[in-house]
Design a protein around this ligand. Structure first.
Ligand SMILES: [Fe+2]
Length: 543
């Protein structure tokens, strides 16, 4: 059966295609539109749908089923809102298209799709607790809890309105007062946190907005103030006046989040003690620091975080749920999340011609050169096969550099015109991961760079470019069969240097989505963001 999964929400629009229980594609719009996802009501998954239709030849009408996340989005009358004519036309186009689809349509709640994409990618066969958490949904809930077993999911709890007082809403609204974009930049606040200290007054204000009060419920103690109003008062009172004050706010917000989420999940564990595995999904679980503490402190044998934890994963979640209900989905761990577009060697060569660059040959033919240039502080772009679903570059659209020089962080930021506050993440050989990082559990989650671990004391000085000031890092564990290019390079680099670690940062310029096409990769080579490009195994150097 062919199932198109689609997400109609407020941001991170996406489309997925599953055929006979296999994921053919799952793509977020931003990769093809080149417009970084942000909060934007009444867009649609059109761009990602067109990309998949072009790649497969399977039209919307040809599908046997449609699976929709957030069907509630279509209850609005756009005449009531101040939207552009294009947006209004697009909205009614899809509304009509769905109405005209003369085969069965599955419709799933937002959080059900968050839960499904995490659970089905985990493939955990044991009794699994699934927790979803975000800033809110069309169904007015912001947290849901599910029991998963052998692929079945049953909802056992949820927290509903007021959304303005949810933990997710705090991060969303706070972005504005840092000059950041909500939905996109929450991670920057988390990255800034270790540079600050507790602001007790602000902590009390956050408690007024949202506090876990036990018994699986969150309170807004006086039902007021809501986040945006409260932060506006804080701004008026100078809470965001300088960089140190902002860092203090970041620290306090991260601490408040952890102080509330950890007891909530511990209480869930106490209520469902036989559930030994934990799956987390929803935008709040992009918080790799909190994920580390949940992994260490909440009593689960293993945790897994949906690699597409944000709303970009919902179309896939919807399609997976439909596939499960049709009896076609096999519940087993995913090997990777490379569900995006890929380009043939001919397309790569055509792009290279346009940029007037010639391949030096296969990168594996001259590994000595590659490693020697890496140790000369050169920057390599890695473009390999299909791009990833989710916010992390996991080896197919990545940039690598040595992790041994602490200034490589600012060097890479400069080369790409970026302003990353978080240190870059390390890639590490699977065989050596436990030598470098204090990994006691959840290695599978670490294949997707979704949680932090402590860097072992003796390694902190050896890999300063990827060690955060709190002594943690969020490694990506690299396996040969999943990331052959990363693996080959890491192996050789380790032989030369006795360091099985390199920096992996996403392949994109400032404010841009991660790249999609060979042309975009060659553009970065031409303008000098990278010194070398390994693309479909061929090595290119700057002219
Ligand atoms: Fe969400």
């Amino acid at each position: 059966m062919v199932i198109y999964g689609m997400f109609f929400g407020a941001h991170q629009y996406s489309t997925a295609l599953i055929k006979d229980g296999k994921i053919l594609y799952a793509i977020e719009n931003e990769r093809v539109t080149r417009k970084k996802h942000g909060y934007s009501w009444f867009e649609s998954p059109k761009a990602s749908y067109i990309a998949i239709e072009k790649a497969t030849g399977i039209k919307f009408e040809d599908a046997d089923y449609i699976a929709i996340s957030d069907p509630g989005q279509f209850r609005y009358d756009l005449g009531m809102y101040n939207n552009s004519p294009d947006k209004v036309a697009n909205y009614y186009f899809w509304k009509q298209k769905i109405k005209d689809f003369n085969k069965p349509i599955f419709a799933f709640e937002h959080h059900q799709c968050h839960a499904a994409v995490g659970y089905y990618l985990s493939g955990f066969p044991e009794k699994t607790l699934i927790v979803t958490m975000d800033g809110g949904s069309n169904e007015k809930n912001y947290t849901t809890v599910w029991l998963g077993e052998k692929g079945n999911m049953i909802k056992v709890h949820q927290n509903i309105e007021p959304l303005e007082g949810s933990l997710g809403c705090i991060w969303f609204e706070l972005c504005k007062y840092f000059g950041y974009t909500p939905v996109k930049d929450e991670g920057k606040i988390m990255g800034l946190a270790p540079q600050g200290k507790l602001n007790q007054d602000f902590y009390e204000i956050l408690n007024e907005i949202c506090r876990y009060q036990g018994n699986l419920s969150f309170s807004t103690p006086h039902n007021f103030p809501v986040a945006d109003w409260a932060f506006a008062q804080c701004e008026g009172n100078g809470f965001f006046d300088n960089e140190q004050k902002k860092a203090d706010i970041a620290f306090t917000t991260q601490k408040h989040f952890e102080d509330n989420i950890i007891p909530y999940i511990k209480d869930l564990k106490a209520r469902f003690p036989k559930y030994t595995k934990l799956v987390m999904s929803g935008g709040l679980f992009a918080n790799v620091k909190a994920n580390q503490k949940i992994n260490e402190q909440c009593g689960f044998e293993e945790v897994f975080i949906a690699p597409p934890m944000g709303d970009e994963g919902l179309s896939l979640g919807a399609a997976m749920l439909a596939s499960w209900k049709l009896g076609e989905w096999e519940h087993k761990p995913t090997k990777d999340v490379f569900f995006g577009l890929e380009y043939t060697d001919e397309q790569v060569m055509d792009a290279a011609l346009k940029f007037n660059v010639k391949a030096k040959g296969k990168y594996t033919n001259d590994m000595e050169f590659v490693i020697s240039e890496l140790t000369n502080r050169k920057v390599f772009g890695i473009f390999n096969g299909r791009f990833e679903l989710g916010p992390r570059a996991l080896g197919n659209r990545s940039v690598i550099m040595e992790a041994t020089n602490r200034y490589n962080h600012s060097h890479l930021n400069q080369r790409f015109g970026r302003e990353e506050t978080m240190p870059f993440a390390p890639i590490v050989l699977t065989e050596k991961a436990k030598e470098v990082f204090d990994i006691k559990s959840s290695e599978f989650a670490a294949e997707f760079m979704t949680l932090c671990y402590n860097v072992k004391e003796e390694w902190k000085e050896k890999i300063p470019a990827v060690t955060h000031i709190d002594g943690t890092a969020r490694p990506q564990i690299v396996k040969q069969d999943v990331h052959p290019v990363f693996y080959n390079i890491l192996c050789e680099y380790d032989k030369w240097t006795n360091i099985p670690v390199l920096i992996n940062t996403s392949f994109n310029g400032h404010g841009e989505p991660i790249i999609d096409t060979p042309e975009q990769a060659f553009t970065h080579l031409e303008k000098g963001s990278i010194d070398y490009l390994i693309i479909n195994d061929m090595l290119y150097a700057r002219n």
